[in-house]
Write a protein that binds this ligand. Structure first.
Ligand code: SF4
Length: 325
């Protein structure tokens, strides 16, 4: 755990949301029978070492197994005991060979571990290698550094990011307290380097499973220029069963956001299907029925509207027909 991340915690609070994310709990041992070590079957979808190829147009590059903090809910906990070292030139060459021979892949997500634990030189080499591949149009970095080690976002890192633009960066703020002044400054530096910044929150029981708290978090992110991208259900990883929330609770949280936050600050609710089936986006029930070209819709206040489908026009589009309780 970094000293910055620990400084956000209240050590007197036994249910502190920061400590819950970074200190082991007896619950992990108690529920070891639940879930899988590799819940998304990344090993089974790895055509060459370090690469996960699940979707036709993009791949995930596991650039290192090291992290600044071992997040207790992490779906790659399997790396902790013996973390893969930073990817070397031979492995990068095999990755480049696979990408060169696999048309259709246009994006690489550089993940880990946390790729910002790499040195600027290592990162420069990796990003440069990816940028040199003719079919690769977009590169994304997934890192928790702005949250847990904001000092890592230095001027020198800015220069590396700027050199290889366009680079998209996604981070993981899970609690409003994590939106600290230092984190805001780190995010500002990434934005100044010309990299759009998104956020993937993990919904965690006892940490952030509360509609008002999620609203505060999303407002905080908007304030510092970070676009909320996904709100993920916690994966079925072994040792993290106590963090998992119900689907209904997650949908209720999403429902509470609509109408209370601008669309730009509302993430997609998504779940990574077990066994490597990919992401599924979950939507609160807004389309109640569809019949004869008429859609019955429910808005954020529970009011019911009919909307005439332009494919089957008839009078009465978007008229309120009833109010629900
Ligand atoms: S930073 Fe990411 S990869 Fe590392 S432990 Fe946290 S969630 Fe897992």
């Amino acid at each position: 755990v970094t000293s910055h991340y620990l400084s956000l915690a209240d050590p007197r609070d036994p249910s502190d949301p920061v400590l819950a994310q970074c200190l082991p709990s007896a619950e992990e041992e108690r529920r070891l029978g639940e879930g899988d070590d590799d819940p998304l079957d990344e090993a089974g979808q790895s055509p060459v070492p370090r690469l996960v190829h699940r979707y036709p147009d993009r791949v995930l590059l596991l650039a290192t197994g090291r992290c600044f903090v071992h997040c207790r809910h992490c779906n790659r906990r399997r790396f902790w005991r013996d973390p893969p070292p930073p990817i070397g030139p031979a492995e990068m060459e095999a990755v480049a060979g696979y990408l060169g021979a696999t048309p259709g892949v246009r994006e690489v997500i550089v993940s880990g571990g946390d790729p910002l634990t790499l040195t600027d030189g290592e990162l420069d080499r990796i990003l440069g290698g990816l940028r040199a591949l003719p079919g690769i149009e977009a590169v994304r970095i997934h890192t928790r550094a702005p949250v847990v080690q904001p000092a890592r976002v230095t001027r020198s890192l800015q220069r590396v990011l700027r050199r290889h633009r366009p680079i998209w960066v996604n981070t993981q703020f899970n609690h409003p307290r994590e939106v600290s002044p230092a984190a805001a400054e780190a995010c500002g530096r990434i934005l100044d380097a010309g990299c759009p910044l998104g956020n993937q929150t993990v919904l965690l029981r006892g940490v952030n499973d509360d509609p008002a708290l999620i609203r505060d978090l999303l407002r905080g992110l908007q304030r510092i220029g970070v676009r909320p991208y996904y709100l993920f259900l916690c994966d079925q990883v072994r040792g993290a069963g106590h963090f998992r929330t119900g689907l209904g609770e997650a949908l209720a949280i999403m429902e509470s956001l609509r109408g209370n936050l601008p669309g730009l600050a509302i993430p997609h609710l998504a779940v990574d299907t077990p066994g490597g089936g990919g992401k599924v986006v979950l939507l609160p029930e807004a389309l109640l029925s569809y019949d004869g070209g008429r859609a019955v819709l429910r808005n954020h206040r529970g009011r019911i509207f009919t909307l005439v489908d332009p494919a089957d026009p008839s009078p009465g589009a978007a008229e309120p027909v009833a109010s629900s309780s």
